[in-house]
Write a protein that binds this ligand. Structure first.
Ligand code: URA
Length: 261
């Protein structure tokens, strides 16, 4: 084995160990293969933007996004978007007006992941631009004091589910390599998971959002803060729910900033 291969093998072992520690901390005792991430670019820590991420193996997005076969380069968002193409991988393509890929900074420290585009998002091709989006944008801008363009926002599925229903498991699975590609490309310091579907997907198990919100978890080495979906907060617009989301977002920003040191 030459030096480069040995180094790569050591990095993979380190990543695998970090992933096991993380899973043990999450209380996971066994693996559910249906939830295994397609791009196992497990990272013990966020790689700096100028350093390639660990190998993403045979993931189609990362593979196509790489400049050279076998390259361990992180994909760019543009590469992930072009790998997605004019997607017809699941039935959601049938009713869509636009693919809603994502919005914001490609080098964001904070990444927000929602469930799927609604009507406005489908019409405009941008995530979180309807009523729930206005609330999210106001929490980011007025609450956290950031610009929406400072963060990265996307969804677990990129096409609107009919009637805004929850995406079905096969739809989530079809879109998943592209979500993982976006996570690899942006390499955020912290992910904020908005609502149960995004949180369950990232944590690899079915969660009760009321139980896990406000507590730290991880997805492939990246800290994850689950919180209520803004559409839920709009439906149950109580001071308590607003306070809880506000606490979660402040904790997420604090942790992202700590990572800057
Ligand atoms: N709800 C979501 O989960 N995502 C959007 O983009 C809009 C509403």
């Amino acid at each position: 084995m030459d030096g480069a291969l040995r180094g790569e093998a050591r990095a993979l072992v380190r990543s695998a160990r970090a992933l096991l520690v993380e899973l043990a901390e999450e209380g996971v005792e066994g693996a559910d293969r249906t939830h295994a991430p397609p791009a196992l670019a497990a990272r013990a820590a966020r790689p700096p933007a100028d350093r390639p991420a660990s190998s993403a193996g045979s993931d189609p997005v990362t593979a196509r996004a790489s400049d050279a076969p076998g390259s361990a380069e992180r994909p760019t968002l543009d590469a992930v978007r072009s790998a997605l193409g004019d997607c017809t991988r699941c039935r959601l393509c049938e009713g869509r007006t636009n693919i809603v890929f994502g919005d914001g900074s490609p080098t964001a420290d904070l990444m927000f992941i929602g469930e799927g585009p609604g009507e406005q998002e489908d019409l405009r091709g941008l995530p979180f631009v309807g009523r729930a989006g206005e609330l999210l944008t106001s929490m980011i801008e007025k609450g956290l004091g950031l610009q929406r363009s400072d963060v990265y926002i996307c969804n677990i599925v990129k096409c609107r589910p009919p009637g805004n229903r929850t995406p079905l498991p096969d739809e989530v699975a079809a879109c998943r390599p592209f979500l993982e590609g976006q996570i690899d490309a942006v390499a955020p310091r912290v992910i904020v998971a908005l609502g149960k579907p995004a949180t369950s997907l990232l944590l690899g198990r079915d969660v009760a959002i009321t139980k896990v919100r406000g507590t730290w978890h991880a997805h492939r080495g990246i800290p994850v803060m689950p919180t209520f979906h803004p559409a839920f907060v709009l439906r149950q617009y109580t001071p308590e729910n607003r306070r809880l989301v506000w606490e979660d977002l402040k904790a997420a920003l604090k942790r992202a900033r700590e990572g800057e040191r």
